[in-house]
Design a protein around this ligand. Structure first.
Ligand SMILES: *Cc1c(COP(=O)(O)O)cnc(C)c1O
Length: 361
């Protein structure tokens, strides 16, 4: 039996490189509190992405919550039902209500043309998700947001390395939020990053991250502890050196998967909009039965694709009242993300693709 192949594995720098940075932490005794490595990680990510600033924090879910808190209003937040549960839980933990807009079944992102009809006097933000690193329709979303004067918070948790018009997508929206979780393109084990071109919001986010303090004296925000630790920053600084290679590797493997699976016209692929980072390989099968058949065939070979995202989050009725989202529910029932990461060989990709092809016919 082959060694298990999981849907993803973290891209990790050689341990010596992390240890060298850890040594510095042990020498200085500085573990956290916006220490030198956190500041360096923020600076190096900004240099790499060519963006002016990033507020790092302890995870992507909290980063979304901080972004909502920085907007400073409670009410309805328009979002996508085809996402990871954290998009919704962050909205609810900030005492806001998610209002779903169904997806474009080709791009898998929110259908921007359907946002306007869901805007009410209670709408406080639009939170679209760049699903699998595939950019939302920025122009359409900006136009609606501007017309109604509503901020946009992008859930860009999949989007490290994704670009729009040659620049990082994190420059889009009022705020863009990403995740540095172990399974994401760039990881600090757990971590998050918040990007905005608005200096006031950036400063507010830094106060929110540190209990709401201003100048270590007065409390001026409804803050909490959102800090990233020095140890996590050390992992991030080392891993960042390998991000370019990891992005290139993903793109090549994605293309190979598509080349082989494209032989079955009944398998659909995400329609790539602009500047995708190809961080996942989603394949959409004809129906749920075939998708489950593929899962069983791959599992028998110790290969573990994921039903990602399944189920559509509007069906979590313990959390939200059910509102049908037919496109999202349909895609969720028959989509699989096939294993795609830096530790797989091209031969692994080919074997998985061939087995998937054979089983899906
Ligand atoms: C991973 C992810 C999050 C949450 O990030 P964490 O760092 O795991 O908290 C939020 N939204 C989406 C779409 C994600 O994939």
């Amino acid at each position: 039996m082959r060694k298990p192949i999981y849907v993803t594995m973290p891209t990790l720098a050689p341990l010596e490189e992390v240890n060298e940075l850890m040594q510095g932490i042990w020498e200085s005794g500085i573990m956290t509190h916006n220490g030198p490595l956190v500041q360096r990680f923020e600076k190096e990510v900004c240099e790499y992405l060519k963006v002016p600033q990033m507020v790092s924090c302890c995870n992507g879910t909290l980063a979304l919550q901080m972004a909502i808190k920085a907007i400073g209003k409670q009410g309805e937040i328009i979002t996508s039902p085809f996402t990871f549960i954290a998009t919704i839980s962050s909205i609810m933990w900030e005492h806001c209500t998610p209002v779903f807009v169904d997806i474009d079944p080709k791009t898998l992102d929110i259908d921007a043309s359907k946002i306007e009809e869901k805007i009410t006097c209670h709408t406080v933000a639009i939170m679209p998700v760049h699903v699998f690193g595939n950019n939302c329709d920025f122009e359409a979303i900006d136009a609606v947001a501007k017309a109604h004067n509503i901020p946009v918070i992008y859930d860009a948790c999949h989007s490290v390395g994704a670009t729009y018009k040659g620049e990082s997508v994190f420059k889009q929206g009022t705020i863009s939020v990403t995740s540095f979780h172990a399974t994401k393109m760039l990881n600090t084990a757990e971590g998050g990053g918040i990007f905005t071109l608005n200096k006031e919001i950036d400063e507010k986010l830094r106060r929110i991250r540190f209990f709401g303090f201003e100048n270590h004296a007065d409390i001026v925000e409804d803050g909490f502890n959102g800090k990233m630790t020095e140890a996590h920053a050390a992992i991030g600084i080392a891993n960042l050196r390998y991000l370019d290679k990891a992005l290139e590797d993903r793109k090549e493997k994605y293309a190979r998967y598509k080349e082989i699976l494209g032989q079955n016209p009944e398998i659909a692929f995400q329609k790539i909009t602009t500047g995708c980072n190809y961080s996942y390989f989603p394949a959409i099968f004809k129906d749920e039965e075939i998708a489950l058949k593929v899962v069983a065939a791959l599992n028998a070979e110790n290969i573990f694709p994921r039903r990602y995202f399944y189920p559509s989050v509007n069906t979590f009725t313990k959390l939200v009242p059910y509102v049908p989202m037919p496109k999202s529910e349909d895609i969720a029932s028959r989509i699989l993300c096939l294993p795609l990461h830096v530790r797989m060989s091209m031969q692994d990709i080919e074997e998985i693709a061939e087995l998937t092809l054979k089983t899906s016919k």
